[in-house]
Design a protein around this ligand. Structure first.
Ligand code: NAD
Length: 280
């Protein structure tokens, strides 16, 4: 078997066009605003923030960039977030993680007003996600669900195995899969016999941060494989899944790059529109 590719780049481009059309109907001065806070000079963070800014410009969201030096104090970031909380032009606030060493990202996230928490990382939104409330859902998991839906496969009753338990990907995607009636298993660094757990899965979501960790021999024939990992190996990007061997077994698979990555950015745009009330 050779898996069909889930083309995140194409799907994201389609959603982006829909969002652009929605925004074009909104008068300039009422258009959604996204504030992005970048502290320090981590090169990967700078790339991600640049991509977010570009996407905002392309679809008509006002982007407000706030760059702070790596020496910024905790109080400086908190003060900035509080200012943005009170700014009516700002509908979404994103603090790019990780923050420089020594800064407490939990406290910063807790300071963001939950109704401006465009990343959906605030405990209020995380709690609503798990309790079935009206949450702002983190962008990467929301993008993954759109990729799964694009296959047309009914997820109800499927065994889903999520590898990774981060607050950004692993936990929220588990909540979303559960809400779609999957039987969800979350694996992590202390899971015993991980390959045998993964072999049971109809849906595998790999969010580990270790290149080519999931190999074809762990994939059940016909499974859907979502590779969230972004790893730099010898100047090239590699996912958490060994694409060549996994695509021999899977029915559907996401590539890296061009799978989950483009979806994350477009879902950030979608969340901004939702917070601004442009999208219900
Ligand atoms: P994280 O470092 O916060 O979490 C990694 C998880 O992997 C942890 O829960 C840990 O328990 C688990 N893990 C580590 N070693 C393991 C092992 N040997 N066996 C089983 N589990 C193990 O990472 P994260 O923020 O969730 O990101 C994961 C990956 O996804 C990274 O490569 C990151 O760059 C990527 N990512 C991509 C996007 C995107 O838009 N495509 C978005 C967010 C994260």
């Amino acid at each position: 078997m050779s898996a069909a590719i889930i083309d995140g780049k194409r799907i994201a481009a389609g959603i982006k066009e829909e969002l652009k059309a929605l925004i074009s109907a909104v008068p300039q001065e009422e258009r959604p605003g996204l504030a992005v806070v970048l502290a320090g000079d981590d090169p990967a963070s700078a790339v991600y923030v640049g991509q977010k800014e570009k996407s905002c410009n392309e679809i008509g969201i006002h982007s407000f960039m706030h760059r702070l030096p790596g020496t910024a104090a905790q109080g400086d970031i908190i003060e900035l977030v509080e200012k943005l909380n009170g700014d009516p032009k700002v509908h979404g606030i994103l603090v790019q993680l990780p923050l420089p060493n020594g800064l407490d990202s939990d406290q910063v996230i807790a300071t963001i007003r939950p109704d401006k928490d465009v990343d959906g990382f605030h405990a209020v939104n995380a709690g609503k996600l798990w309790t079935g409330g009206d949450a702002i859902v983190p962008c990467t998991p929301m993008g993954i669900m759109a990729l799964l839906d694009s296959t047309g496969v009914d997820l109800k009753g499927m065994d889903a195995v999520v590898i990774g338990r981060s607050n950004i990907v692993g936990k929220p995607i588990s909540a979303l899969l559960l809400s779609r009636h999957c039987t969800v298993t979350i694996c992590h660094s202390r899971t015993r016999n991980l390959p045998s757990v993964v072999r049971r899965a109809d849906v595998v979501v790999a969010a580990i941060g270790k290149p080519n960790f999931v190999t074809g021999d762990m994939i059940k024939p016909g499974a859907i494989v979502i590779d969230v990992g972004i790893n730099r190996v010898g100047g090239k990007l590699a996912g958490d899944v060994e694409f060549a061997s996994a695509s021999e077994k899977a029915s559907w698979i996401t590539p890296v790059p061009g799978g989950v990555g483009p979806m994350t950015i477009v879902m950030l745009m979608k969340n901004t529109l939702q917070l601004a009330g442009v999208l219900k």
